[in-house]
Design a protein around this ligand. Sequence first.
Ligand code: PLP
Length: 364
Amino acid sequence: MNGMIYLDANATEPLRPEARAAVLDALDRTGNPSSVHAAGRDARRLLEDAREAIARRFGGAPSDVVFTSGGTEADALAIHALGRGRRVIAGATEHDAVRAAAPGAALLPVDAQGVADLDALEAMLRGGPALVCLMLANNETGTLQPIAAAAALCRAAGAWLHVDAVQAAGRMAVNLAALGAHSMALSSHKLGGPQGAGALLLTPDAAAALTPLILGGGQERGRRGGTHALPAIAGFAAAAQACTGSEHLAGLRDMAEQAALLAGAVALAAGGPRLSNTTALALPGVRAERQVIALDLAGIAVSAGAACSSGKVARSHVLEAMGAGALAGEAIRVSLPWNATEADIAGFAAAYQTMAARLSRSAA
Ligand code: PLP
């Protein structure tokens, strides 16, 4: 990437070679999976192989995997269908894909590490039928939520549980049944597949309750209309099969963090359970966007706050919910991609220390 050091995997992971090969193979096939002729049947086979691969990797029955355009649509579909006639309770640090789809949700508070308060959840569940939305791993901090314990509370109260596993899938063990969730959102480009594909995985009872958000030609058993983006879906499945977790990145992430701490940074959410590839680094007194721009000029790609709509840098609602105060506007996210190297981290460390010395001096 033109000598750039890419440390923004939580925005999008670099394409895995296995995914690239699968995309190119699918691009060379002409059929529409909905056509009855041989070309259509060939495309259908590719689609169903991908569906089986996703179910094998992340749990549930292949018939209860609904392919979508990505994580945002998977979250929206779950909330649209499972939130019908129910109160929605959402973690205070959920991604905008959930927040925007459930604007009236009651927010479940988190502690200083970003971990949801399960006593509060238990009390909130007493108010009648609910859909609970809780992410597995946070996109800004990597914080992991106690999903299995939340699932037990939800089941005891007769509530649905939707888990946004977009950042966790491929980086740690993720399985629908093991989590105890009723539905789970996945995104191809967060695990090294191409952009433009994702999936909603459902338990049989949630699948039976699913109503489509997008109507059309009856694709996905009538659960999601629209011709399948077959190259993206094939690449998604290939990437999912190629993922080997992110534990190998923990040492490199810690090296990056240590270098930043030496330069005056504060590592947020570092005292709780979190993904191995992510750190949220606040530099007191220096606005996040100034840090991102300075690092970009030095050839380092990181992001500020939730970078899904790049260009817009708002105060992070995630860090605010954790009680980070002014640091919520002063934190960058460093997220290591699957192919990060020690040389990348050495480059980051040098650039961060130069940036911190210069900007901290001008902020003082
Ligand atoms: N959920 C989380 C936790 C995310 O981090 C993102 C993207 O950053 C999404 C959902 C949206 O996924 P997609 O980009 O595939 O629409």
